[in-house]
Write a protein that binds this ligand. Structure first.
Ligand code: ATP
Length: 310
């Protein structure tokens, strides 16, 4: 069983408009409301790939209940921890080929709730073989919270994939409890290193040798349409992917994480794990819905991926 952790989930609302009129009333009948957040994208993709998964995180109020109902309706196992404040909405307005977004920062998590979740998380560990942490930390959550959770996993020898950015990522890289794997994209990697990293192999290898990555088994640097560069132990791989018909690439990083988790939990080889992760990323980019793959197209893409040890 893979446990996904989404501490700041959202109800993602999408409104389609022919034209966005500023300072005026905009009406639409084209509305979609879905359970969102990076960890829930990972969850959905794992479920679609027939990998056993359970989702957790904080849920509050009606919107928290909506997320739970959505997951239950899709028969996705979940066990969210209740909080006092309301789970957030994130709104995307699709208009004239643009996407204008309004993202709520989300609920404030109290000290009692933080402690309560740790206990809840420890209980979930009993049935779990791999943990995925995705996304940002909601207000009230200390920057070292992921590290505290990783410490619990490390004690139980349960590997952790951490896909976060900014201060949450730098903090967890500074601590002694390291995740097993991280998946930064180029921007996230540049941000934590403090300079702009390019896709040049030599430069990338130097960047990934930085001491802040010591103790991390897998670093999966995703490069969008250009595939990825992967560090596993002391080996480096350049992953070349085929050209595909892209529909919506948002959430491809989350699908990549799902692919990694799925293959790793099935004891696949290093090359198979890398290929599966990239294939899932591409499969997501080929779908309209964020965090969604058509697993029937897996084989066709998988065999076109070329991996070179560099
Ligand atoms: P997000 O934050 O939206 O989840 P990300 O920036 O973390 O995305 P990307 O590097 O964009 O992740 O994509 C992850 C993987 O998905 C890539 O390594 C690649 O395999 C696949 N992918 C993404 N975009 C494309 C694309 N335009 N064409 C082909 N494959 C893509």
């Amino acid at each position: 069983m893979i446990l996904t952790v989404t501490l700041n989930p959202s109800v993602d609302i999408s409104y389609k408009l022919n034209q966005l009129e500023i300072d005026n009333v905009n009406r639409t009948s084209s509305v979609s409301k879905t359970a969102g957040g990076k960890g829930l994208n990972v969850t959905r993709v794992l479920f679609q790939a027939n990998s056993p998964v359970i989702a957790t995180g904080f849920k509050g109020g009606y919107l928290g209940a909506f997320i739970e109902d959505e997951l239950n309706a899709s028969q996705i196992k979940n066990s969210f921890y209740p909080i006092k404040e309301e789970t957030r909405n994130c709104i995307a307005v699709l208009h004239e080929g643009n996407q204008t977004e309004i993202l709520e920062s989300g609920p404030y998590i109290s000290t009692d709730e933080l402690q309560g979740f740790i206990k809840h998380f420890e209980e979930l560990m009993d049935e779990v073989q791999l943990v995925v942490f995705s996304g940002s930390l909601p207000a009230g959550v200390p920057v070292n919270y992921y590290s505290d959770l990783i410490k619990i996993c490390n004690h139980k020898s349960i590997p952790v994939i951490a896909d976060t950015s900014g201060i949450a990522l730098t903090t967890l890289l500074e601590r002694s409890n390291k995740p097993f794997a991280i998946k930064p994209n180029l921007d996230e990697l540049s941000q934590i290193l403090g300079y702009t990293v390019s896709e040049n192999i030599t430069e990338m290898k130097n960047a990934l040798k930085h001491e802040m990555f010591n103790g991390i088994q897998w670093i999966f640097v995703s490069l969008g349409a250009n595939g990825s560069i992967v560090k596993h132990a002391d080996e480096y791989y350049k992953v070349n992917i085929p050209k595909i018909g892209v529909v919506n690439p948002v959430g491809s990083g989350d699908a990549t994480v799902a692919g990694f988790a799925s293959a790793y939990s099935k004891d696949k080889s290093v090359i198979e794990i890398i290929k599966t992760a990239n294939t899932f990323g591409m499969l997501n980019a080929m779908e309209q819905q964020t965090g969604c793959i058509n697993i029937d197209k897996f084989e066709g893409l998988y065999k076109q991926i070329k991996i070179i040890e560099v």
